[in-house]
Design a protein around this ligand. Structure first.
Ligand code: AMP
Length: 402
């Protein structure tokens, strides 16, 4: 079974084609700058194989439909492609950011499901319309091919009301569904399952803290295999310090800025999402650049690292309290997999709670699942590469086999 995974953003489409007989990646690509003066498509065919081939094209990509067409042309190019025709694709898995309270599971796309995703647009105005664009284009280009929506929020639908409610007038929840939803669910679920496999224990028996540190960052408390709390909230802004997103702030900062700095709500929203986080603190949002700047004596870069890792540690402590017993802590995503300094600083000082890192094991970039804790650590510490595309393809396959 060949499954095409589509992650459609406002001006980009990430795609991956997998052969699910052995979970091999047949192609992996990205169409960028859709709707701009010059677009870019890059696709790696047969990654890792002896005949791996990278195809790159710069051309105008007017809209998502032209972008998807370009991708399909590369995938089915008779000289070098990986499929003979569009009909070679058995199913499509779509990443959808916000499923609201409507979706607890990956779901076969029907007209009703599309309407429900549309209804949730107010909860994710930047993401859901772009996801819908990708779905509509794929439905047109691959008529008759089953399509499955995999929601970032679905894994967190097991969070209980005392953890998902904000202490606001209850009518706001009743009327507008204002609550914590959480995101990165596909990634947290994937690394939690991988961790259970590696520990040789059923996921349903395990209490885990999953830490996804990439450009976006979030932490999830997993109790008996289920998400019971997470740091991202109504939108992907709350909680940890991210590349350009603030994470937690005092909500009164909004009114302070409006009254004293002549900023309107749009400008505040933009600042919190795009000009805050690591970038806001030191002007750099990539952790590699931050380490370079620290090496060059940049004090603000050092401060940004301190603020991020302190916030990480604070939430690890909070989720240890939520779970009581913790079997393992997992690091994943760009920073979580590659940055031993961030991992070490996040867990430094937690030794009295049974969290003890093995410095030698930690001192590496994680290319495959790796145990990072020392033998005497009560809590295992794992670095596990996330693979959202594979997770989406597996979920889509499971829906079709049901
Ligand atoms: P992601 O969103 O998971 O793709 O993660 C992207 C982020 O991971 C980048 O913005 C960097 O901050 C970080 N990152 C990637 N590679 C490294 C590395 N070798 N060392 C430190 N941070 C890294």
């Amino acid at each position: 079974m060949k499954i095409l995974v589509i992650n459609s953003g406002s001006s980009s489409i990430k795609f991956q084609l997998l052969d699910m007989s052995d979970e091999a990646v047949l192609a992996s690509g990205l169409v960028e700058r859709i709707g701009e003066a010059e677009g870019l498509i890059k696709c790696i065919l047969r990654p890792g194989a002896a005949d791996e081939l990278t195809v790159k094209k710069t051309t105008v990509v007017a809209d998502h439909k032209s972008g998807m067409r370009l991708a399909v042309d590369i995938l089915s190019d008779p000289r070098q492609g990986v499929i003979a025709a569009r009909g070679d694709i058995d199913a499509i898995g779509h990443r959808v950011v916000h499923g609201g309270e409507d979706f607890h599971q990956p779901t076969l796309l029907t007209a009703d499901v599309l309407a429900a995703i549309e209804k949730n647009i107010p909860l994710a105005p930047l993401h859901n319309p772009a996801n819908l664009d990708g779905i509509r284009v794929a439905q047109e280009l691959f008529a008759g091919v089953p399509q499955v929506a995999i929601f970032d929020t679905a894994f967190h639908q097991t969070i209980p009301p005392h953890a998902y409610l904000y202490a606001l007038p209850y009518e706001l929840y009743e009327k507008h569904r204002i609550r914590r939803y959480g995101f990165h669910g596909t990634s947290h679920k994937f690394v939690a399952s991988e961790c259970a496999r590696l520990m040789g224990r059923p996921l349903e028996e395990l209490n885990l803290i999953s830490i996804h540190l990439g450009n976006g960052c979030s932490m999830t408390a997993v109790e008996n295999g289920k998400s019971v709390d997470t740091t991202l909230g109504l939108t992907p802004l709350e909680g940890l310090v991210m590349g350009t997103r603030s994470g937690d702030v005092d909500p009164a900062i909004h009114s302070f800025l409006a009254r004293n700095c002549t900023m309107d709500i749009e400008a505040i929203d933009e600042m919190l999402n795009k000009d805050s986080g690591l970038k806001g603190l030191c002007g750099l949002n990539d952790m590699r650049d931050i380490h370079q700047a620290i090496a060059n004596g940049d004090k603000r870069a050092r401060l940004a690292l301190d603020v991020q890792t302190y916030r990480n540690k604070k939430y690890v402590g909070a989720f240890m309290a939520v779970l009581g017993r913790v079997d393992a802590i997992i690091f994943t995503a760009g920073i979580g997999e590659n940055d031993e300094v961030v991992r070490e600083m996040t867990l430094r000082g937690l030794e009295p709670f049974g969290v003890i890192m093995d410095p030698a094991a930690n001192n590496q970039r994680i290319k495959k699942p790796t145990l990072l804790s020392s033998r005497e650590s009560r809590v295992q510490i794992w670095g596990i590469p996330t693979n959202e595309e594979l997770a989406i393809a597996r979920e889509a396959k499971a829906v079709l086999e049901k």
